[in-house]
Design a protein around this ligand. Structure first.
Ligand SMILES: Cc1cc2nc3c(=O)[nH]c(=O)nc-3n(C[C@H](O)[C@H](O)[C@H](O)COP(=O)(O)OP(=O)(O)OC[C@H]3O[C@@H](n4cnc5c(N)ncnc54)[C@H](O)[C@@H]3O)c2cc1C
Length: 258
């Protein structure tokens, strides 16, 4: 049942971690933006002090949840994931204590349509995330073929506290090396000592920090459903964006985490 090994772990904060997972059979082919299910059995230990579970899962039951792949298909022999621990979450209260060397389940089949499929190579990308919703965009910007000639790429990362800005150094170095790349971090609950932008990601659209041309700019929204609902409503009603689906190709792509 457990077909993969945890090969790396970076704690960003006590609630946020980067996990690297190596499937026994190697990393299957995938596109940036896709996800896989990870799983642990009910018998796996939970973090110390975790609230009691309303329903205790059977010891041999595999608890599975979807996680966006943060690594690029172009590099590495492991998957990387960026995961938030939900205090009474069935799986994340167990993922919270996994360490390198531990065994874990990863779904052999990679799925998801939150990809650059059908986005013309010359079109720009505006990649808007909250929290761990940054993961699929890390996979995209880490993939050389995504950097087509002349394409502008903007990554927006909304978090609560400044210490939650995972991947900030890597994104800042993309900015330093590529004139066409913009990194916009924004923290909603930063205190007065924070020198960066404070607020919600929606504010960057409202105040003109992000200006869109629907004919050439594809917008991707990932993470917290409230942020996605707000921006989806505004972009479709005020700017003529069309939500992308397999049946109806559009320029607004959404991935809700819950
Ligand atoms: C396509 C897809 C990709 C996803 N990718 C990621 C990812 O890359 N990283 C990641 O951390 N999560 C991701 N998720 C969410 C993930 O699948 C789980 O829902 C989450 O980890 C909680 O699982 P759990 O078993 O611990 O909680 P459960 O016991 O299933 O409880 C779920 C409840 O926790 C709350 N919740 C779920 N996720 C969060 C969150 N991130 N922050 C706060 N509250 C939350 C919601 O209220 C939800 O109803 C993704 C979800 C989908 C559908």
């Amino acid at each position: 049942m457990l077909n993969s090994t945890v090969v790396g772990r970076v704690d960003i904060t006590p609630e946020l971690m980067i996990l690297q997972v190596k499937p026994d059979g190697g990393v299957p082919s995938f596109q940036p933006g896709q996800y896989v299910a990870l799983g642990l059995p009910g018998s796996a230990p939970r973090y110390e002090g975790a609230p009691d579970e309303a329903e205790v899962p059977a010891a041999d039951k595999l608890i599975k949840r979807a996680y966006s792949i943060g690594s690029s298909p172009a590099h590495g022999d492991f998957f990387e994931f960026y995961i938030a621990v939900v205090p009474n979450g069935a799986l994340t209260s167990r993922l919270a204590v996994v360490q390198p060397g531990d065994r874990i389940f990863s779904q052999p089949k990679v799925t998801g349509t939150f990809t650059l499929d059908g986005v013309p190579a010359e079109h720009n990308l505006v990649l808007v995330s909250t929290g761990t919703g940054l993961a699929p965009f890390m996979s995209m910007v880490r993939t050389p073929t995504v950097w087509t000639a002349g394409r502008k790429i903007t990554v927006v990362h909304g978090v609560r506290y400044p210490q939650d800005f995972a991947y900030a150094d890597e994104l800042a170095s993309f900015s330093a090396q590529n004139a066409g790349f913009t990194y916009l971090p924004i923290a909603s609950r930063a205190d007065a000592s924070f020198a960066g932008r404070k607020g919600r990601v929606q504010a960057l659209f409202e105040d003109g920090s992000i200006q869109l041309t629907p004919e050439t700019d594809h917008v991707f929204l990932c993470g917290n459903p409230a942020m996605i609902d707000d921006l989806e409503r505004d972009l479709t009603t005020k700017q003529g964006y069309v939500v992308h689906s397999k049946k109806t190709p559009g320029n607004l792509h959404v991935e809700k985490y819950w």
